[in-house]
Design a protein around this ligand. Structure first.
Ligand code: 1TT
Length: 820
């Protein structure tokens, strides 16, 4: 934008200061007041003034300096010396408008040089550059000068340019005058003339009567009001509400926001011109330790300015460390083209990074197209099985793809990659299709996902077997549509449950409805299962307000696949939790720890309906009610042979499954902060697999007050033989191993959560900016393995001792004494 000299660009009503790459300028006009009249108190306190009573200056000049947030942003600058009281000199401050923070202020000081060649401040003043909280000051300003001091430039300045308590008539006229000069007031020749004469009179009268000193300055006039965009930066995409991220270590949305003070500092420290010299730089032992410490930070940890500068300095050295790239990219000032260019060049020379780190680069914190493209290239390494585990999050990552959201064309490496892999592998493709379908209902991103789904479909059709595969997806959609309608109708029937079940069975049994049998198609919930129909007599309705359906599919291989189909509930939160449990199960198994988990499948087929794999099991409430309040009685009944005395009459295998699954869910529900636990959503199978269902409350949310961190109930511990039994010891040791094992994968888990911040997950949406942190805190990454074990033991002990009063524990121990 040009300074005002033409009337083009009339359509714009304002200009963002961030778009102004001109240097800040100000004209120091003239001084009004008395150069000799120093305050009597000053004369007494200053030895020089006492010796030089005549106080008639030979020369005067004005200094100014730019400040922001109480820090100087420029060196002090000064006008020429002048024997008069006017300078009429434009000073250019070597800071561009676009780098001005909202808190910018100029300090002015008028100086007088006395015969002894010593300069004394006549007065000082501090002018905020933005008025009305965000509009850049323009035109002529009359600054009140605080006598005898320098302008301080501080936010809570002691040298304000306006005396607000006594606004004189002239002050008000000044404001009007300025508006007039700037063309903000309608002009009328004769009236103006008269008015100006009046103003002149008021002004001279005021100046004569007042002992105040003033400095007149002038700011450039621009075509339109220049507005600070400090509050509306678009980095990162506006997912996080502002002002709630000040706790240390939390993901910091300001991370990449430009702060001119830091900017200046950064440019000085990083001195681009010397950049090539960094190429051969090697850290000494101490710096190497420092670097390693930073590289071990969890992805959520914000880096300090010092840490950023350190990483930047050794960037060439770090290219050999795969864990260093994500950290390095956090140090780049993305507003600085020189740095961006350097960073992009380095990107391709860097050693290949891990998939979990590529996931971080696809998150909300990284906007740069080249970085995101690079992350997608790294994803190519993942096989289909691994991709399936992250697919839910990768589909969410499309929301952070700025290009994709802005452009009409589908131009996203991530979208193209996911489409490509989905075409190559129909199992992936089925999940991808259904994840897209749900997102298409989204108000904000629905259009974008629709575009991707369309592109996916059209690319598929061009494939050899494409038309067929497309038809399969169509038939899946039709099946879901029928089930959706059916489950809503069953729910809305104002009849008893038995009547509902009867009608449900009749509907399925009617061949006209197309549910009884159909050509094989992959089950949307698990595309590796080919279903051929629904068994009418095995259909049912659960005892619940939403009356979910229980359906049993017949499969091509002769097996049966029972599911629950629910309408009226958004299953996306459950889907996420179960996906994370599936991931954790895989991570634990990789470390040779099979904790007998039950990661049943969940698929949200729409925003208010979905399907869940049904696992034959009973809620603890039912088991206890029907088995004398004892889980062991139930398990013994389910496993009549192979019992052992050491395992309370159960086959050792069953006891092992039971304590392993208890430990696994204990750790996982703790990490995810699963709430609302009661005996109806804790399920048990005949083989001893305990598992949790219904994840409507996560990340610490709970309908009941004082939720314990560990979801262990008395009956669970009793079935292990109580808190003193060797089974309970084993249970604890499984917990410690699992906790420490999952702690090693904390970054992966946290990165996956970061990608979900914009997913429609109710308990994340409550505080999206804190969601990842809530999980991170649970990992206690500040502890060593030993400390983590102690910590977890403490949590278990706390929860269990609350269940068993200490007294009873003691009596129990005494009883043991006589038994030997
Ligand atoms: C779930 C999942 C679930 C109630 C709602 C909460 C319902 C895995 C999965 C049914 C079952 C399919 N059961 N639930 C549970 N149900 N299961 O989110 F639907 F009734 F409202 C069941 C096991 O397989 C339910 C059982 C006992 N009571 C309720 Cl076994």
């Amino acid at each position: 934008m040009e300074e005002r000299n033409s009337n083009q660009l009339k359509d714009f009503s304002y200009c963002l200061v961030g778009d102004l790459s001109l240097y800040l300028r100000v004209k120091v006009c003239f001084f009004q007041g008395s150069l000799t009249g120093a305050e009597p108190s000053l004369v007494i306190s200053d030895p020089y003034l006492r010796l030089c009573p005549e106080l008639s200056p030979s020369d005067t000049y004005v200094t100014l300096q730019l400040f922001a947030d109480n820090k100087p942003l420029s060196m002090p600058m000064r006008t020429r010396y002048q024997s008069s009281q006017s300078w009429n000199e434009w000073l250019v401050i070597p800071v561009k408008y676009r780098d001005l923070p909202l808190s910018s202020a100029l300090s002015f000081t008028v100086w007088a040089i006395h015969t002894t060649k010593k300069a004394r401040p006549i007065g000082g003043s501090t002018v905020p550059l933005f008025e009305d909280s965000h509009v850049l000051k323009k035109g002529r300003h009359k600054l009140y000068l605080f006598p005898g001091v320098e302008g301080d430039g501080l936010v809570n300045t002691l040298t304000p340019c306006k005396l607000d308590d006594k606004s004189t008539p002239m002050d008000r006229l000044e404001t009007l005058m300025r508006k007039y000069e700037q063309g903000d007031l309608p002009k009328s020749q004769w009236l103006d003339h008269l008015a100006f004469r009046e103003i002149e009179k008021v002004n001279s009268k005021e100046t004569m009567s007042s002992k105040n000193n003033y400095l007149y300055v002038e700011f450039p006039l621009f075509d339109f009001p220049v507005v600070s965009n400090e509050k509306q930066y678009s980095l990162p995409p506006s997912i996080f509400p502002r002002g709630e991220t000040d706790s240390p270590g939390i993901y910091d949305p300001e991370m990449f926001r430009d702060n001119p003070v830091e900017d200046k500092h950064r440019r000085l420290v990083r001195s681009h011109r010397n950049g090539p010299l960094d190429r051969d730089l090697k850290p000494n032992a101490k710096l190497r330790d420092d670097l390693q410490r930073v590289l071990r930070y969890p992805p959520t940890q914000a880096l300090s300015t010092e840490e950023k500068d350190l990483l930047w300095k050794f960037r060439f050295y770090l290219t050999k460390d795969k864990k260093a790239l994500t950290k390095f990219l956090k140090c780049v000032a993305w507003s600085d083209p020189v740095e961006v260019k350097q960073a992009t060049e380095l990107l391709h020379g860097w050693v290949d990074i891990d998939i979990e780190d590529a996931l971080e680069l696809l998150g909300p914190a990284f906007e740069d197209t080249k970085v995101r493209h690079y992350a997608v290239m790294q994803l190519h390494k993942a096989d289909d099985e691994e991709l399936q585990v992250y697919l839910l999050q990768l589909v969410q990552a499309l929301k952070f793809d700025g290009q994709l959201n802005r452009k009409a064309k589908l131009e996203s490496p991530l979208a193209e990659f996911l489409i490509d892999r989905s075409i190559k592998n129909p199992l992936l493709g089925s999940s991808f299709h259904w994840y897209l379908m749900v997102e298409c209902e989204c108000k904000t991103y629905g259009k974008m996902y629709g575009k991707i789904a369309f592109h996916y479909m059209s690319t598929m059709t061009e494939m050899p077997d494409g038309a067929n595969r497309r038809n399969v997806l169509k038939r899946q959609g039709e099946l879901i549509a029928v089930l959706h309608k059916l489950s809503r109708e069953v729910r809305n029937l104002r009849e008893a449950r038995t009547k509902k079940i009867e009608k449900l069975i009749n509907f399925i049994a009617d061949p006209k409805n197309g549910l009884l049998s159909f050509p094989p198609m992959p089950l949307p919930l698990d595309a590796s299962v080919e279903i051929t129909g629904i068994i009418p007599e095995k259909a049912g309705v659960f005892k619940s307000a939403l009356a979910p359906l229980r359906l049993t599919f017949t499969c091509l291989d002769g097996s049966e696949y029972p599911v629950m189909f629910k309408t009226g509930d958004d299953l996306r939160q459950d889907q996420l939790v179960v996906q994370i449990i599936t991931l954790m199960d895989k991570l634990l198994r990789k470390e040779n720890l099979d904790l007998k988990l039950t990661p049943y499948k969940v698929l949200a087929t729409g925003s208010d309906h979905g399907m869940v794999q049904f696992i034959s099991s009973l809620p603890l409430a039912t088991v206890l009610a029907e088995h004398n309040n004892n889980l062991i009685t139930f398990l013994r009944e389910q496993n009549p042979t192979g019992g052992s005395i050491n395992t309370m009459g159960l086959p050792p295998q069953v006891m092992d499954t039971y304590i392993k699954s208890c430990a696994g869910y204990c750790v996982i529900t703790y990490l995810l902060g699963v709430g609302d636990r009661h005996l109806d959503n804790l399920l048990l199978t005949g083989t001893g697999n305990l598992f949790h269902v219904d994840f409507g409350f996560i990340l610490g949310r709970d309908p009941k007050p004082f939720p314990p961190p560990m979801k262990l109930c008395k009956e669970m511990v009793e079935a292990m033989g109580g808190a003193t039994s060797p089974h309970y010891q084993k249970f604890q040791s499984y917990c410690f191993t699992a906790f420490n094992s999952l702690r090693k994968s904390a970054s992966l888990i946290l990165n996956l959560f970061s990608l979900m911040v914009n997913a429609n997950i109710p308990d994340i949406a409550i505080e999206p900016d804190k969601a990842v942190m809530k999980v991170q805190e649970k990992f206690r990454l500040d502890l060593t393995e030993d400390e983590a074990m102690q910590y977890f033991q403490g949590l278990i002990q706390e929860s269990v001792s609350a269940l068993f009063p200490q007294v009873i524990e003691r009596i129990h121990q005494w009883a043991q004494y006589w038994r030997q």
